[in-house]
Write a protein that binds this ligand. Structure first.
Ligand SMILES: [Zn+2]
Length: 242
């Protein structure tokens, strides 16, 4: 609790020190001379709300499209705090947050226990499922994708996002590697179970999803991308056919 408080105070102080006009966070609306570094990336994290590049890009996409329809039933897996606060404002009690609780992690209040490979909700419950940077931690991502597909309504959508390595044609995974130090060596993080290659989209399509807005990042004007610091992240929407 104390460390959380310290982190929040530190962020508020940094937020004041970095006040400026060079970059803006489209989630919290604050502007800064620069964002904070994060995991070796410079100019990445909003000092006010903690948003990262992919979160700002996804939120920008949602603002620019018709995805923010009131009354939608939404499941957000491993919810990012900065996004969850915005989503709760729009969707209220129709917005459900779920995560697999693990020691050492913090979860927004109201988050329910959820295993992405065995989701407790009936078929076709949600209009939208959001699952950002989760599947690289999940051993059976095929099952997880089938589960995500199952709980999405017909014509509903998924915002499913994973880190992937550009130029790597095939996803690299080896379930025999379970030691955290070995996982870091092979998959770059102690709790990652694979490195997705450029073939990750084919995995996403297997349950039956169709890709929409695959050209969204390409269509962005450079000024917008630089202002909100999206850093060329890939993005597309997955649609379950009617
Ligand atoms: Zn922010």
């Amino acid at each position: 609790m104390l460390s959380k408080l310290k982190k929040e105070v530190k962020l508020k102080l940094l937020s004041r020190l970095l006040y400026g006009v060079n970059v803006s966070c489209n989630i919290c609306g604050h502007s800064f001379s620069t964002f904070l570094p994060y995991l070796g990336r410079i100019n990445a994290m909003c000092p006010n709300c903690g948003s990262l590049e992919r979160m700002r890009l996804i939120y920008y996409f949602m603002q620019q499209t018709d995805i923010f329809k009131p009354g939608m039933k939404v499941l957000h897996i491993a919810p990012e705090k900065c996004l969850s606060e915005k989503f709760a404002e729009v969707w209220g009690s129709n917005y459900i947050m779920g995560d697999k609780f693990e020691q050492g992690y913090k979860y927004p209040p109201g988050t329910v226990s959820l295993d992405v490979t065995d989701i407790q909700f009936p078929d076709e419950t949600f209009d939208l499922v959001i699952c950002i940077h989760v599947l690289e931690h999940v051993q059976d991502d095929t099952k997880a994708l089938l589960e995500l597909y199952r709980v999405i309504k017909k014509s509903g959508a998924g915002i499913i996002h994973v880190p992937f390595e550009r130029g790597r044609t095939e996803t690299y995974e080896d379930p025999s590697i379970t030691d955290p130090a070995e996982r870091k060596k092979h998959f770059l993080q102690t709790d990652h179970v694979r490195i997705y290659g450029e073939d990750y989209k084919q995995r996403f399509l297997k349950p039956g999803f169709k890709i929409e807005h695959g050209d969204f990042v390409k269509k962005l004007d450079s000024k917008t991308a630089e202002r909100y610091v999206f850093k060329g992240y890939d993005f597309f929407l997955l649609r379950k056919p009617a």
